[in-house]
Design a protein around this ligand. Structure first.
Ligand code: MTE
Length: 322
């Protein structure tokens, strides 16, 4: 029997990313010759600028405040953000989540907070939405595969949710568990990862004000392919730390073994801070391609959030704790 290792799959993802780029370059050249209007919106750089979504893009979330943590960089378009996704529960191609995630049922939805806490609780998503006022946070997202986007999330700091259950002093880490229902998520029937998708943060990372629970995007309810109804966003770490469609948050004493660490420990570390100086074993992390742009740009330490988070790691050898 042929067993496809997740490490192989990620490598083929990289290949398909390159093929996608070559195709895009080909279309760009063709577009210049034929007239850019002939190109589909996805292949046009103008798409990144034409970022305002129509009201039909999903139900509104109501009043949303602005955040001091937002970047002023050009946002990727709604279409780019919702059609170029990683969500292995719905397939391994970038277009699979948008094509397949409609089967995910996001109501009723509960999030269970448990483990080393005073007051374990299971909260309905409606109650979670009422905890604190929602705000828009425009964050850079840097994927470990070498691409990036700028995404206007809507959400609130994870710390507001975690404080509800009064974590004990013995809780040193937080584990996040995604929904894994094979009936709704065709990818879960494959062995591509050890389901459910799990991620983890150290307690101080989880409590950091930049760490976001996102429930929306572009002022609208989060589309399924982006991790509805609630997902993590940790902007200074590679995108895979930002677990989607979360159902369980567990407070633990020891560093949790995450889905990607289990799949390929030499390639994916627990910390996964964006770090241009530490290569992935099979490719450089020095540069990234912003979706919608042609030329690569330099990747910044901690994805440009060093001023806010570098002190969390002072004294740590970031080559060892990658
Ligand atoms: N969460 C789950 N449950 N399953 C996944 O496959 N992919 C991760 C992360 N969260 C993933 C996940 C990766 S690799 C990235 S880059 C981001 O989600 C992508 O988020 P986006 O599709 O909203 O841009």
């Amino acid at each position: 029997m042929f067993i496809r290792k997740p490490s192989d799959i990620v490598s083929s993802e990289i290949t398909s990313e390159e093929i996608y780029r070559q195709r895009r370059q080909f279309l760009r050249v063709g577009g210049a010759l034929l007239g850019a209007a002939a190109l589909p919106v996805w292949f046009s750089d103008d798409a990144a600028q034409a970022a305002t979504p129509a009201a039909s893009f999903g139900p509104s979330l109501g009043a949303i405040g602005k955040s001091k943590y937002s970047t002023g960089e050009t946002q990727n378009s709604y279409e780019q953000i919702t059609t170029y996704n990683n969500f292995y529960e719905f397939g391994i191609d970038k277009s699979d989540p948008a094509a397949n995630a409609q089967t995910l049922r996001t109501r009723p939805w509960t999030v269970t907070l448990e483990g080393l806490v005073q007051k374990p609780r299971t909260l309905g998503i409606e109650d979670v939405l009422k905890l604190v006022p929602l705000e828009e946070r425009i964050y850079r997202l840097r994927c470990v595969e070498g691409w990036s986007m700028v995404i206007p999330w809507v959400g609130f700091s994870l710390s507001a949710l975690l404080k509800q259950v009064e974590p004990l002093g013995s809780a040193k880490y937080v584990e996040f568990v995604s929904q894994a229902d094979p009936a709704q998520m065709p990818g879960v029937r494959s062995g591509v990862l050890d389901w459910p998708y799990t991620e983890g943060l150290r307690m101080d990372e989880a409590m950091h004000p930049l760490t976001l629970m996102a429930v929306g995007l572009y002022g609208r309810v989060l589309p399924n392919q982006n991790g509805a109804p609630i997902r993590l966003v940790v902007p200074w770490k590679y995108g895979f730390k930002s677990a989607k469609s979360i159902v369980r948050i567990r407070f633990v004493e020891r560093e949790p073994r995450t889905a990607w660490v289990k799949a390929a420990p030499a390639e994916y570390g627990f910390y996964s801070n964006v770090n241009p100086a530490v290569d992935h074993p099979r490719w450089s992390q020095a540069k990234e391609r912003r979706i919608g742009e042609f030329f690569k740009r330099a990747t910044l330490p901690f994805n440009g959030y060093a001023d806010q988070v570098a002190q969390l790691y002072s004294g740590m050898d970031l080559r060892r704790y990658f």
